[in-house]
Design a binder for this molecule. Structure first.
Ligand SMILES: [Zn+2]
Ligand SMILES: [Zn+2]
Length: 270
């Protein structure tokens, strides 16, 4: 069974359920390995409504270590979802180094001051130059990779959330430099099923971008981006089918920020 490497806790302020509830939900769908990846604190005042404070961080790390100690029949990893934005390295670089995470997801949720995937800021899309937004987004992704701070790129094509997308040919051209860099840096991308719960109703990334990733031998993992326990492992069979249809035969697992390849088994997908 696949591992679910993307889920939040109530510490981020917009998720529900206790860590035990997430573990029990994983057990119910037969998942043997999960990673908590709550939003990293940013003491510089970045996006405070969607993350724990630095003062709350010990609570997060205690929550994860106590559930790890209580659970013997599955693997629970300790991760974090850390945003990339201009200047984030000043805090993140030393902070990530001193915490012993199993994996770090790197995500872009803002273009300048605009939280482009925030439902409260969705109206901005109506007057935006869509191609320009996607170019800015993928430029930020190349910078994210350049920092060398992250293991996994979170929800690779997040700007599609509200269905504002450039045509495929243009998207392929826009995404190429970032995908080349992800491959060169030997980073992983996640098949994030959270997109199936949004207006776009599609896994992140799209079949087109996943095909481009496959051509570059970019490794994959799987994440539900669960914000409530019942979303753990959400539609993983669809994600597995997408991986299969794209020609993937392996995914990766992490431990202490080292990755290893695991064969994918397709027997139980239709
Ligand atoms: Zn995210
Ligand atoms: Zn997330």
């Amino acid at each position: 069974m696949l591992a679910d490497y993307h889920m939040h806790t109530s510490l981020c302020g917009h998720a529900e359920g206790s860590p035990e509830d997430y573990v029990n939900a994983a057990k119910q769908c037969g998942i043997k390995e999960i990673c908590f990846t709550d939003h990293a604190p940013n003491p510089d005042g970045y996006d405070p409504d969607n993350r724990m404070t630095l003062a709350q961080f010990p609570e997060y790390s205690d929550l994860v270590s106590s559930i790890q100690k209580q659970t013997s029949d599955m693997t629970i990893l300790y991760g974090i979802e850390a945003d990339y934005y201009h200047g984030c390295e000043a805090f993140l670089a030393p902070w990530l180094k001193k915490n012993d995470f199993d994996l770090v997801i790197g995500s872009v949720h803002y273009i300048a001051e605009w939280g482009f995937d925030n439902p409260a800021e969705k109206e901005t899309w109506k007057s935006a130059d869509v191609s320009h937004v996607w170019r800015d987004y993928f430029t930020l992704l190349t910078k994210l990779v350049d920092t060398g701070l992250y293991d996994i790129v979170g929800h690779l094509d997040l700007p599609k959330k509200f269905r504002y997308c450039p045509p495929d040919a243009e998207l392929a051209e826009i995404a190429t430099p970032a995908l080349d860099k992800i491959a060169e840096a030997d980073m992983t991308i996640e098949l994030n099923t959270g997109g199936l719960r949004k207006a776009v109703n599609e896994i992140y990334p799209s079949p087109l971008l996943l095909k481009m990733a496959r051509e570059r031998n970019i490794s994959i993992c799987f994440g539900s981006d669960a914000h409530i326990p019942s979303q753990v492992g959400h539609e993983f069979n669809m994600a597995l089918k997408l991986a299969k249809d794209t020609g993937y035969s392996e995914c990766v697992r992490y431990l202490k920020r080292e990755k290893r390849s695991i064969p994918l088994h397709f027997d139980h997908i239709a």
